[in-house]
Structures are given as C-alpha cells and as structure tokens.
Design a binder for this molecule. Structure first.
Ligand SMILES: C[S@@+](CC[C@H](N)C(=O)[O-])C[C@H]1O[C@@H](n2cnc3c(N)ncnc32)[C@H](O)[C@@H]1O
Length: 233
C-alpha cells in the first residue's frame, strides 16, 4: 500500500489542499471523494454517524479512524477513545488534530477490550469479502467488554445493479454483489487496488448469528444505508 489516502489527509491538514481523491470500483466509474468530507465535524456528518456517536459509551475503539473526526468528537465529550488505522498518514493526522490515543494497527491485531467499537463510513468495507466476515466478526466479539456494542454502518448496493427498466443485472454465478474491487488515485498516482465489502443488513445479521452475535437495526439512512448494533448473545 502506497498510503495515498494518508498522503491526501496529510496534505489537507497541512494546508496543501489542491486536489481531491478519485475513486472507482469494479461496477462504477470515477467518483470524487472530497477531502473536506474526511474532516467533517458533527453537524456535517450523516444522521447514521451522528446516531452512532450519540450511542457510544464507555471506552471506545474507532476502527479505521481516518483523520479522527469521530474520535475527536467523542474525546471532546469526555469519552476515553482509541483510534486505530492501517494508514500511517491517517494516524499522523489524527494525532496532529488532537486525538490522544492513536495507533497504526490492523483491526485483527487489536487486543484490548472496549465498551463500544465504532466502524464508520461503510464499516463493513474493512472485512473486504464475504468469506472473511465471520473472521472479523469473531475478532470484534472478542474485543467487547460485557454488555459492549459494535456500531457499524453499511449499504445494500443492489440498486447499483439496476438498469433503466428497473431490472437487475446481478450475475448469480458471481460472488456476493456487495464485494467490490476499489481503486483510488490521488495527484495522478494510483493506489494498489483493494477489496471493499458492502453488506446488506440481512446478510450481516445472518453472519452475526453464526458467530453468536445479536444484530439489531438502529437507523436507516436516505440511500439504502443503515446503522446496526452488534452485541454478544
Ligand atoms: C472509508 S475510510 C473511513 C475513515 C473514517 N472512519 C471516516 O469516517 O472518515 C476507511 C478507513 O479504514 C482504514 N482501514 C482499512 N482496513 C483496516 C483495518 N483492517 N484495520 C484498521 N483500519 C483499516 C483505512 O485506512 C481508512 O482510513
């Protein structure tokens, strides 16, 4: 990984904002990811994220914290927060913005336990592909304190396969339709392609059941997105 995402966050934080990140996926063309969005404050966050922040309690792990927007809000409200991310640039920025407890760490290498674990901005993306979901869910379950909760958002992206006549062109012999290849470029450089998973609520709930987690819907967003809360059974 070249960490272009982290580089873009660093540029923005250091006042060198000239370009946005360009993304595309295996089923969609180029899209702009505006850097200011990655530095949003509470009022600029979608309802689902605001709701998750309001539900957070106790000591919190912000998984894939990026520039630390959610961690900062919680820290300012008196919660004990740890932000982790595999992007060194992102962790540098989160630290510079004032998040006190941050670490370059893969979720699968985290060992502490938490009352709340947050995975925001398509939190299931980190699972990468359907076959890996139970591994990540089992790991998350092991990081929960008694009565702890995982707050995670995602979307049912079936709508992306809809054609003009309202029919769907999903290839039923292919992998799960929410498994995408994700491409990112910044300032003309291409990041190593990665896998990014969108999970519909029903599939997430089923996967949770197989590993002994309860999965409740908390809120639906405006565009097939949702916030879910996972707890130990
Ligand atoms: C879509 S960004 C979201 C950033 C931030 N949560 C936000 O809402 O602005 C996903 C983040 O997850 C991080 N990430 C991806 N896989 C990870 C993993 N296995 N462990 C920790 N962080 C991961 C990426 O580096 C990236 O910063």
């Amino acid at each position: 990984m070249k960490d272009l995402f982290g580089q873009a966050l660093l540029d923005y934080h250091n006042g060198n904002y000239t370009e946005d990140i360009i993304t595309s996926t295996s089923i969609s063309g180029e899209d702009i990811l505006p850097l200011p969005y990655l530095f949003r404050d509470f009022n600029e966050m979608p309802n689902l994220e605001q709701k998750a922040l309001k539900l957070a309690k106790g000591n919190v792990l912000d998984v894939g914290c990026g520039s630390g927007s959610h961690s900062l809000y919680l820290q300012k409200n008196g919660l004990d927060v740890k932000g982790i991310d595999i992007s060194k640039g992102a962790i540098d920025v989160a630290r510079k913005r004032g998040v006190l407890n941050v670490k370059v760490l893969n979720l699968l290498e985290e060992t502490e336990t938490f009352d709340t674990i947050l995975l925001m901005m398509n939190g299931t993306g980190i699972f990468q592909e359907l076959v890996q979901v139970s591994k990540y869910l089992k790991h998350l379950k092991g990081l929960l304190k008694p009565n702890g909760q995982v707050l995670i958002d995602s979307s049912d992206i079936k709508y992306m396969y809809e054609d003009d006549d309202g029919g769907f062109w999903i290839d039923t012999n292919a992998n799960y339709y929410g498994e995408l290849d994700y491409f990112l470029s910044y300032k003309g450089e291409k990041e190593t392609p990665m896998k990014w998973l969108y999970l519909d609520f029903k599939t997430l709930k089923l996967a949770c059941e197989t590993v002994g987690l309860k999965c409740d819907p908390i809120l639906e967003g405006e565009h097939y997105d949702y916030l879910a809360c996972l707890r130990q059974k």
